[in-house]
Design a protein around this ligand. Sequence first.
Ligand code: DUC
Ligand code: ZN
Ligand code: ZN
Length: 469
Amino acid sequence: MYRFDLIVRGGTIATASDVFRADIGIRNGRIAQIGEALTGDCEVIDASGKYVLPGGIDSHVHVSQPSGEGIVMADDFESGTLSALFGGNTTIMPFCLQEKGRPMREALTAYHKLAEGNCYTDVSFHLIVSDPTDSLLGQELPALAADGYSSFKVFMTYEDLRLSDAEILKTLDVARSTGATVMVHCENEDAIRFLIARHEAAGDVAPRAHASTRPVAVEREATHRALSLAEIVDVPIVIVHVSNGEAMEEIARARARGLKVVGETCPQYLVLTAEDLDGMDWEGAKFVCSPPPRDKAAQAECWRGIETGVFDLFSSDHCPFRYDDERGKRNPKGLTSFRHIPNGIPGVETRLPILFSEGVMKGRIDLPRFVSLAATAHARTYGLYPEKGTIAIGSDADLAIWDPAEKRTIRHADLHDGADYSPYEGLEVTGWPTTVILGGRVMVRDNTLVGAKGDGTYRSARTRGAAPL
Ligand code: DUC
Ligand code: ZN
Ligand code: ZN
């Protein structure tokens, strides 16, 4: 008889292409067999009446990221990965930020140190390019890409992070020659600064002005420019956190011209609007993120993008700051103007329940599409497939067992992140991942933590392979 360490029995398995009933036999952390009536002298998890899905991969998460003077991110690797785990994820991909004037390796060494021994899920890093010097572009990034750090994020906004078009072109060119992937934050910084000056001069400094100073045109223009730069270099590109239909149109048009574009959207663009930034007593600060949530029409467009394939990735953009905290949203300067409110909202634990409930349970998408948006496309885009992101023989035994009947009202008190609020407080969802398995180890059993800090490890990525010249 074949020997297993764990069997998941009787569940409905879904991958990005199929839905079928089968048992899963796990050995040495990997999926060893998928079949009927598997038996063994080992632990058996009864998954009947449940969905057995690949563990979620959230490829857009910020933890322990330096966030400016006096500001501290609410999650480190311990709380960030714990929260991710309870939301059905087995891998997250946070961002390692290069400090200006310093080598990327230095930031990477420090970031690895923070992660080491502290993770409840597996992790793999993206690199934020803040200072594209000749040595970074010519030596460091190619060496890092070959070492499995194969995705770079560049910003078109934020005074201290934005790259010029010339710098973006050079970074894209490194991606072309190394097979790395570039993710772009598309907002036009000059236009934002112009609008901020106008609003501040008029005394309009409350959180709602954050959304007014980053209108759709700011994102649409930058999206068009980023896509054009990628087209000029002739390299695939990822457009992250897309918030509206006009930016989606740019993606669709670039694809029609033959460019390979990966599109990403996030829960905040499906269930929040700019009106949420209107809250009393500065409460709107809880929803300040960039790009900002838009309106109901933009939400409907983003749903269309999920349904029709404009979007490949559904990520949280978890970027948590505490609200009632002088090192968070209510920092002393942030209380004087929206401009100083740290950008970002928590959401790594609620990402998949929101998509499952609003998407699958409401009939907008089917289970395979959910699996692709939740896990498979992330693994494919960032070089983790097929070890991650699917249920197949030889893949890591990273599984989330979903109870489609579990109804919950989202309350921050029930979540596991380090923030002090959830932007989705009060949202009712149906379906929750109640058991989560990482590399064959049961980490959450029936909503209870049984795994340990340090069970999650760092995973290197592969490159796409350099584009042919
Ligand atoms: N961009 C992100 O990707 N996350 C949070 C803040 C931001 O501007
Ligand atoms: Zn961004
Ligand atoms: Zn982000």
